[in-house]
Design a protein around this ligand. Structure first.
Ligand code: ZN
Length: 266
């Protein structure tokens, strides 16, 4: 469990590196690399140059036509579901599960209703898999129900990553330190989107999706295998059109893969 999760969040670290790079503050990046050695690991960086017109934004709201990335999010074509083979998918044992969110230790700039709404949004998006997914809030100092998967803020549990799923321990740990670092280095970046993405990604592991997707846009993706092989795009020119190509919510391929694994016909 930990290994695949770590690899995915390694690519999130790569993403952080790119976000930080946009600050144009090279000494900070060097200092960061000293503090966080994994930042220096080879990750795919968007190529320089102008984005293609068709992929000039990450949102269809500001363009007349949906971008390639937008299309990849809502549509899964035959043959597009491929993984890096870094984990073995397995169906989950129950058709209904619940996540229990505990706000203790959260960064001050995230309110409890705000994070709870993000957790609910990811859960609702994943429910398209055909599973019943409930979300409850745990009041401060109270213990979550035994059957629930706990979502908590813990640098120990997240092991220096934005978030980490421990499927065996039924815990999803979010790392306050890395979110603090992101805010410090790039206060204008919408960290709630990062949080939405890591919540969606880590939840996917609890639905049995253990291998990481090779399709860049999938919320379960990671961008390269550390050996020079990169994730797949319908149009290679769309890479670099947005800071983070990965979707913040599960894509059509993420959902199809979850259905194939956990659907009634399996
Ligand atoms: Zn992962």
């Amino acid at each position: 469990m930990a290994a695949p999760a770590r690899r995915a969040e390694g690519s999130v670290m790569g993403w952080l590196m790119r976000v930080l790079a946009r600050c144009q503050w090279v000494p900070a990046i060097v200092a960061m690399a000293l503090v966080l050695p994994s930042l220096s690991s080879a990750q795919l960086v968007p190529p320089a140059g102008k984005p293609t017109p068709a992929a000039s934004t990450g949102s269809s709201a500001t363009t007349a036509l949906p971008s390639v990335r937008d299309q990849e999010i809502v549509q899964c074509l035959p043959g597009e579901i491929r993984t890096w083979g870094d984990g073995r998918d397995r169906p989950i044992q129950t058709r209904s599960l619940r996540f229990a969110y505990r706000h203790d230790g959260a960064p001050l700039w995230f309110s409890e209703p705000q994070v709870l709404a993000l957790v609910r949004k990811s859960a609702e998006a994943w429910s398209a898999c055909g599973l019943q997914i409930a979300v409850i809030a745990i009041p401060r100092g109270q213990v979550p129900p035994e059957d629930a998967i706990q979502i908590l803020w813990s640098d120990t549990g997240s092991r220096g990553q934005f978030a980490l799923a421990n499927v065996t321990a039924r815990s999803l740990s979010i790392g306050p330190a890395l979110f603090a670092l992101l805010r410090e280095r790039n206060p204008k970046y919408p960290s709630d989107q990062t949080l939405q993405m890591v919540l969606s990604h880590e939840m996917g592991h609890f639905f049995g999706l253990m291998a990481h997707s090779k399709r860049c846009v999938d919320t379960m993706s990671y961008y390269d295998n550390g050996k020079g092989e990169r994730c797949a795009l319908r149009d290679p020119r769309s890479w670099g059109s947005v800071v983070e190509y990965r979707s913040i919510l599960p894509t059509a391929c993420d959902i199809d893969r979850c259905r194939a694994l956990n659907g009634p016909g399996r």
